[in-house]
Design a protein around this ligand. Structure first.
Ligand SMILES: [Zn+2]
Length: 327
């Protein structure tokens, strides 16, 4: 009798323990599930706070969003969120020579010049050409030495003269020419190689010009009209010839500028002058960036390193300066 009772009690205990285990397991599963659920809600909440989510909500694709976040700072991302989807933002920030501080200027320029390529929009704004020639002007930073920029926005003081200006030998220049010493040295080397390879002799037509020389030239053009003067001559202070780093070159064989443009030596210079630190300063097709019609004769010394980049990347010195020096 006693053993039967004990057996019954044990059975009862066993089944209530079983019940406890079931409840406990159920409780455990519920807890894990709830924690997981709330974590997911939390994660989701956190994600909705990210720029990634918000920008994609505006309508940008995943790829566009990634690039925009990578390039734009917080202020610009907020600006982007306040506005509707803009199809120009992504191509703008994807350009090689994109400069962050000009973001809104690029956007505005593209808005008013729809047919202008993104590449040109970036170049035009970078060099300030979007404001119009001579409309916004800065002092040239002469500390940049061979890399100083003089164009229709950057100008030299009237009394600026390099201290290493030397006369150029009459063996390879016409009378009255002078330039920075390093420019003459490198021109000589280049001239020797052109003569060796092509049998023609390069000559310097024009080189260093003082402010007052330039003033005279400009005024003689201005007697026709201001527009005429601005198309064919730089305003005093805005001429690269005042730097002492620019040479107008033709050859004894092709003295005439038109003939020179069609000559073998001009082709040679275009392909090789960077090896001597020179660049063709006003190339064809870049008039909207340089502000000058193409000049096959005007070469500028910038040093070998910059000359190679400008040659290899097929950019103007104005673009090079904006992106690699001033930026
Ligand atoms: Zn020139």
């Amino acid at each position: 009798m006693a053993t039967k009772k004990r057996k019954k009690k044990r059975l009862r205990l066993k089944s209530s323990f079983k019940r406890f285990l079931i409840y406990f397991a159920f409780f455990l599963i519920m807890t894990i599930y709830t924690v997981k659920e709330s974590y997911a809600i939390y994660e989701d909440f956190k994600y909705k706070e990210t720029y990634e989510y918000k920008i994609m909500q505006v309508g940008y694709s995943e790829e566009e969003t990634k690039k925009l976040i990578e390039v734009l700072n917080e202020e610009k991302l907020n600006f982007l969120l306040e506005n509707k989807y803009n199809e120009t933002y992504y191509p703008i920030v994807s350009q090689k020579y994109y400069i962050d501080k000009y973001f809104l200027k690029y956007v505005e320029y593209k808005e008013y010049h729809e047919s202008t390529s993104y590449e040109d929009v970036i170049a035009i704004v970078n060099v300030h050409a979007n404001v119009g020639w001579y409309n916004e002007t800065f002092d040239t930073n002469i500390k940049n030495n061979y890399l100083m920029l003089v164009n229709k926005f950057y100008h030299l003081e009237a009394d600026y003269v390099r201290d290493d200006i030397k006369k150029i030998s009459l063996a390879y220049s016409y009378d009255g020419n002078s330039a920075a010493e390093i420019v003459i040295e490198n021109f000589k080397l280049m001239r020797e190689d052109v003569e060796k390879e092509l049998g023609v002799r390069l000559m310097v037509n024009s080189s260093y010009r003082s402010y007052s020389d330039q003033n005279e030239i400009y005024n003689s053009f201005k007697s026709v009209s201001l527009q005429y003067a601005d198309s064919y001559a730089a305003r005093p202070g805005y001429s690269e010839h005042q730097t002492g780093l620019a040479l107008d070159i033709t050859s004894l064989e092709h003295k005439n500028q038109k003939e020179f443009t069609e000559s073998e030596e001009y082709q040679w210079l275009k392909e090789n002058c960077h090896k001597y630190g020179f660049i063709l300063r006003y190339p064809e097709g870049k008039e909207h960036i340089t502000g000058y019609n193409t000049e096959s004769w005007h070469f500028r010394y910038v040093g070998k390193e910059a000359a190679k980049v400008i040659h290899d990347e097929d950019i103007t010195f104005d673009e090079y300066y904006a992106y690699y020096i001033a930026n």
